[in-house]
Design a protein around this ligand. Structure first.
Ligand SMILES: [Zn+2]
Length: 501
C-alpha cells in the first residue's frame, strides 16, 4: 500500500472530525449560551459547516481513496474500520439526487415549527400535511440507499447498522406479550406510598447533589461541564470535552438526578473512548442503541436501584433536611412505582417500553399504508388503551406529545428499548464478573462498574460492531429475555407479589 494514500485518507477523515466537533460546540452554544438575536446567523453558520462536511464526505477524493484502500485493505484495524464507516456514509449520501437533502432540511424546519403551534393549540389537522410530507421525504431518501421496499429497515439501519424489521418485530412482540399482562396485574396491587418523594428542593442544592452523584459514578468534570437547559441533552465533541444539560424541578429532585445519570451515562461512555481514536471519526458510539444502553444503565439499573439509594439517600439528606430519617426502601419503592400515563416522558421504567413499542408499530403501519395519516390520532389512542389501559385527554397528550416524528426522527424510538435489552445482557454479565456489584453500589463505590464498562464497551467506540461488543462482553446474542427477567424480578419484589407471574 502506498503510504501517501493512507496519509491522504487519514488527513481527510481528520478534517471531517474537526468540522463535526466544531459544529457540536456551536450547537451546544446555540442551545445553552447564545444571545437570542444571533439565531438566524448561527443557523447559516451551522448550515455552512454541514455543507462543508457533506462535500468532503462525498468528494471525488473520498471516492478515489476508498477505492484504493478497499482494493488493498490496510492491516491496521483502525484504518479498516475508518474505511468501512466512510464507505457507508459515502454510499448513503452520494446516491441522493442533488437538492433533495436541502429541500428536506427546509421542510423539516417548517414541520418542527408547525408542530409546536399544533401541540399548543391541540390541533393535529394543522400539522397533518407536514407530517405526511415528512414521511414521504424519509421514504424517498431511504429509497436512494436501496431500501425502497423496506423503508423501516433502511431507516433503522442508520441508527444501528444491520438492524432489521424482522429482528425488532421479534424482540418487541416478546416484550409486549410478557409486559402487557404483567402491567395489568401490577395495577391491581396497592401502590407504594408516593408522599415520601414530596418536598421543596432548592435548585442550587440539587445542582450540588447531582455534582456529587456524577463524580461518584465516574463523570470527569475536567473533561466536561453541566449546564441548565430546558431539554436535557449531551453534546458529543472530542472525548475531553463532553458536556450536557439538565433541568431542575423544585418539587421533585429525583428528576434531575435521574436525568443527570442518563446524560452522564452518555457522557462517561464518550469520555472513555480510546485515545488512539482521536481525530479518526471513530471516537463515537458504535450505534445509538448501544449509546442509549450506557445512559439507561446509569439512569435505571443503577439510579433506580435500592442499593443506590441506600448510599445516596443519607447524602441527599445533607442537602435536603426533609429527607432525614427516610427509609431507603420506602423511597426506592416510591421512585419505582408504576406511573401509567399517556405521556411517555413521565412514565416509569416498565411501561416506558410499551410507549416505544406502540410508536414503532404505528410507524410501520404508516409506511406499509395499512394506516392512513388521517386515522393516526385515533389509532394512537386505541393502542395506548390496549397496552396501558389509559386514554389521552386530547391529541396534545397523544400523537402530538413528542417532537421526534415532526423533526425527522422516524424509526428512531425503537433505539431506546433496544438499549434496554442490551442492558439486560450487560447487567447479567457484569454480575458474573463482579459478584458483589450492588454491594459496591451500596458503599458508593462505582469504580469496578466503570472499569468493566470501559474495558468491554467504551474504549472500543465505533471500532467494533454492536454485535461484537455484545458477544465479546457477554458471550450472548441479542434477545429480550434477560431484560424481561430483570424487570419482572424488580417489579415483583417492589409490589411484594408472590410466585411467578
Ligand atoms: Zn439518551
Amino acid at each position: 500500500m502506498d503510504r501517501s494514500t493512507e496519509d491522504r485518507f487519514t488527513s481527510l477523515m481528520q478534517k471531517i472530525d474537526y468540522l463535526n466537533n466544531i459544529s457540536q460546540t456551536l450547537s451546544w452554544d446555540m442551545r445553552v449560551m447564545m444571545p437570542k438575536d444571533a439565531a438566524e446567523y448561527r443557523g447559516r453558520e451551522m448550515g455552512f459547516l454541514a455543507g462543508q462536511i457533506h462535500e468532503l464526505e462525498t468528494s471525488s477524493e473520498m471516492d478515489f481513496l476508498l477505492g484504493e484502500l478497499e482494493a488493498l485493505p490496510p492491516e491496521n484495524e483502525i484504518l479498516q474500520a475508518m474505511v468501512k464507516k466512510a464507505r457507508y456514509t459515502y454510499d448513503r449520501l452520494s446516491k441522493v439526487p442533488e437538492g433533495l437533502y436541502a429541500a428536506y432540511a427546509d421542510h423539516n424546519l417548517k414541520t418542527e415549527h408547525v408542530w409546536a403551534c399544533a401541540r399548543e393549540q391541540n390541533d393535529f389537522q394543522m400539522v397533518l400535511p407536514y407530517l405526511k410530507k415528512e414521511f414521504a421525504y424519509k421514504k424517498e431518501l431511504i429509497s436512494c440507499a436501496g431500501f425502497a421496499d423496506d423503508p423501516v429497515t433502511g431507516l433503522m439501519d442508520e441508527w444501528e447498522k444491520g438492524t432489521t424489521r424482522q429482528q425488532i418485530d421479534r424482540l418487541f412482540d416478546e416484550l409486549k406479550d410478557q409486559l402487557v399482562p404483567f402491567v395489568a396485574k401490577l395495577r391491581m396491587e396497592p401502590s407504594p406510598d408516593l408522599s415520601v418523594l414530596k418536598g421543596r428542593f432548592p435548585k442550587e442544592k440539587q445542582k450540588a447533589f447531582c455534582h456529587e452523584v456524577l463524580q461518584a459514578v465516574g463523570y470527569d468534570f475536567d473533561k466536561g461541564r453541566v449546564d441548565e437547559g430546558a431539554h436535557p441533552y449531551t453534546t458529543f465533541n472530542f472525548r475531553k470535552d463532553i458536556r450536557f444539560t439538565c433541568r431542575y424541578f423544585e418539587d421533585d429532585f429525583t428528576r434531575a438526578v435521574l436525568s443527570s445519570l442518563h446524560e452522564g451515562g452518555h457522557a462517561i461512555h464518550w469520555q472513555n473512548m480510546g485515545p488512539e481514536l482521536d481525530g479518526t471519526t471513530l471516537a463515537v458510539s458504535t450505534s445509538l442503541p448501544i449509546d442509549e444502553s450506557q445512559a439507561r444503565f446509569q439512569e435505571n439499573i443503577l439510579g433506580r436501584s435500592l442499593a443506590f439509594w441506600e448510599h445516596f439517600l443519607p447524602v441527599a439528606a445533607t442537602y435536603f433536611p426533609e429527607l432525614e430519617g427516610l427509609s431507603p426502601e420506602c423511597f426506592y419503592r416510591a421512585l419505582n412505582a408504576l406511573h401509567v400515563s399517556p405521556i411517555r416522558l413521565t412514565s416509569d421504567e416498565l411501561t416506558y417500553n410499551l410507549h416505544i413499542i406502540m410508536r414503532y408499530e404505528l410507524e410501520k403501519a404508516l409506511f406499509d399504508g395499512t394506516l392512513s395519516f388521517e386515522e393516526l390520532p385515533a389509532a394512537w389512542n386505541e393502542k395506548i388503551k390496549d397496552y396501558l389501559g389509559v386514554c389521552p385527554k386530547n391529541d396534545a397528550e397523544g400523537v402530538l406529545q413528542d417532537m421526534h416524528w415532526f423533526s425527522g426522527y422516524i424509526c428512531y424510538f425503537h433505539s431506546y428499548v433496544l438499549g434496554n435489552c442490551y442492558d439486560g445482557h450487560f447487567l447479567h454479565a457484569m454480575k458474573k464478573d463482579i459478584p458483589d456489584l450492588f454491594g459496591q453500589v451500596r458503599k458508593g463505590d462505582f469504580s469496578q462498574i466503570l472499569d468493566w464498562n470501559v474495558k468491554h464497551i467504551h474504549r472500543f467506540a465505533a471500532t467494533k460492531t454492536p454485535d461484537q461488543v455484545l458477544m465479546d462482553s457477554t458471550g450472548e446474542k441479542l434477545s429480550a429475555d434477560r431484560y424481561i427477567k430483570y424487570l419482572k424480578d424488580k417489579y415483583t419484589e417492589i409490589y411484594r407479589m408472590q410466585g411467578e407471574m
